[in-house]
Design a protein around this ligand. Sequence first.
Ligand code: BGP
Length: 469
Amino acid sequence: MAIRFPDGFLWGGAVAANQYEGGYLDDGKLPSIQDVLPVGGLSAPTDEPTEDNLKLIGIDFYHRYAEDIALFAEMGFKVFRFSIAWSRIFPLGDEETPNEEGLAFYDRVLDELEKHGIEPLITISHYETPLHLAKTYDGWTDRRMIGFFERYARVLFERYGHRVKYWLTFNEINSITHAPLMSGGIWTPKDQLSKNDLYQAIHHELVASASATKIAHEINPDIKVGCMIIAMPVYPLSPDPADVWAARLTEQENYAFGDIHCRGEYPGYYLRALRDAGVEVQITDEDRETLKHTVDFVSFSYYMSICNTADPAKQIKGEGNILGGVSNPTLEASEWGWQIDPLGLRIVLNDYWERWGKPLFIVENGLGAKDQLVVLDGELTVEDDYRINYLRDHLKAVGEAVDDGVELWGYTWWGPIDVVSASTAQMSKRYGFIYVDRNDDGTGTLARYKKKSFGAYREIIESNGASLA
Ligand code: BGP
């Protein structure tokens, strides 16, 4: 069957400032929480940045952006999703005046994208809360964070809002329950964090997200603001209704974030879960009003599905993405234990479209794998057929969902160029179509090489998906 993607479909790639920019103290920037997470986003932080942290240099996009954007253009990118490092714009996070040099850097990036006709898609906050806000305010547990974020978002919309149409507020906002520091800038160690503080932090982020959406629309009504959630379908481990219900409850933990962003209020099942957990969230009348500013579209990352069961004896957790879950005996996994499930992407797309009726945007999907550089026709490259297969299988599932009637604006592959991993802080967990010569021990020339998948993705984009058939 022919695979057809809509005209103007936004094909591209996605990255985050802390994983690729480097230049962590350049031009007035101060550290973010990532600069003290040398072994990954789920681990304990160091007190100060340490040299073994690969993110301090990243892949040096800060100095090589023109070269990298030219490579994206060569693949035919229509869109490029990147985040702005909050601590470049407000180095401490709570100051009144933004750092002009930080703002000027993103002007240059936008100029370069414009030169190649690539549409920007900006994530305002992607796991990179300024370190000062984490240490001084305990991140999003503090209500004052809403004001700091509003100020930051306003500066961005005023500066770039005339040339950037697509914006996301918080990357994978539902990850905060599992990664409170990386996702919510919460300095209190996870095992000491009270449920009240955690859910209050979630509330503050949700209010800030709605408030930023409102500000964006006031500044430029043409701006489209989306929420961004980890999509992970949860299957029952067996047909036992108790398993189906267990899966449902886990799914609701993720649905809640989309429901609040799309419907403008807390759903009943979420309020019940809070009550059952004995959590009391402080919600003001003003918060309730603010939450009514719903998003224009829903974006999500998709890497894997999980299972759940009511049977404690079968609660065998797999490795995997930040949210984790019970392993699915029918699926294969990546080298890092992330279970590969292309059909799950079709399921998610249909599910979200039916549930919210808002346009969707897949802003992350990809395969982290160990790559081997080889010489082919005198050129260094990687024969990454495993990545090409993953890409094609997932895009075929996306094509089916489009045929099912789902309104989908675009697809950005995670890490079109190798970047430092968010969960493990490794370089060797590579997603790119472009290889970057940097190793886990920090050695390497930072040279870029095109992998076999580079040409494969270019062909898919060039044919607007038709070559997938
Ligand atoms: C998502 C994050 C990204 C990215 C990706 C891959 O959770 O939004 O920042 O890194 O996962 O994860 P990892 O780098 O841990 O393999």
